[in-house]
Design a protein around this ligand. Structure first.
Ligand SMILES: Cc1cn([C@H]2C[C@H](O)[C@@H](COP(=O)(O)OP(=O)(O)OP(=O)(O)O)O2)c(=O)[nH]c1=O
Length: 214
């Protein structure tokens, strides 16, 4: 259920990884997942796709929240949406649809380079001016990776672990999928779902401050 009330910071996501990453920085968002069509448009680049979807997630969340309840107190709300895909020479790899899709993604990523792209959109809406356009900042960050060789037996065993199912490209660098990653250049957290350096900057810019443990 979406209701803003006193809530200051909303994460428009169902991803426990994104929530965990934000907590790592000292932010404590309320999670409000939204359902949007994540299909790419014909000819859409991976960067354009993740940026568009990140913004759609944040905008939909804000729209649903304001429909549900007119906030009674607080200064405003900050909503973050994000989306992650794999860019394999311009081709977009999202989450695997089934086992054969997952195995084929892993084989295609084996022994070569690819990029992981995450789009992040931060909206700030002022409660005093409900109806006016929220302040919007969006970014797209790319991390380059290289996989080593992946045998059929390795790919099969990895699929059986259940880890690949809900991950872009069918692997998780923060889990068993780390066995495939020979090299990484750029932001590690970007691969897991949020580029923390840039996200911290966006959230601070939107007026949020992190809470550090005493
Ligand atoms: C490549 C890679 C992706 N991922 C994850 C990050 C994202 O959660 C997911 C890609 O799917 P997304 O559609 O970006 O996110 P999501 O469906 O998990 O959550 P929501 O749309 O509600 O925000 O893949 C990893 O956790 N580790 C990895 O190594």
């Amino acid at each position: 259920m979406i209701a803003f009330h006193d809530t200051q910071f909303i994460l428009a996501s169902a991803s426990p990884r994104r929530q965990q990453l934000l907590r790592q920085l000292g932010f404590d968002p309320v999670c409000m997942p939204v359902d949007i069509d994540e299909q790419a448009f014909e000819g859409e680049t991976p960067a354009a796709l993740v940026t568009r979807l990140a913004c759609q997630k944040a905008e939909r969340c804000l729209q649903l929240g304001f429909q549900k309840d007119k906030p009674a107190s607080g200064n405003g709300v900050v909503v973050l949406g994000a989306d992650t895909v794999i860019d394999l020479d311009g081709e977009i790899l999202g989450k695997p649809q089934c086992k054969s899709d997952g195995l084929s993604m892993l084989q295609r990523l084996a022994d070569r380079e690819h990029s992981v792209l995450t789009g992040v959109c931060v909206l700030r809406a002022d409660f005093k001016s409900v109806g006016s356009a929220p302040e919007k900042n969006q970014i797209c960050i790319a991390t380059q990776l290289r996989f080593g060789p992946v045998s059929k037996a390795q790919a099969n065993a990895y699929w059986q672990s259940g880890e690949p199912v809900d991950k872009a490209g069918g692997y998780a660098i923060q889990g068993l999928g780390a066995q495939f990653v020979a090299y990484l250049s750029g932001s590690y957290s970007n691969v897991v779902g949020l580029p923390l350096y840039e996200t911290n900057h966006l959230l601070t810019q939107a007026g949020l401050s992190a809470n550090y443990p005493a």
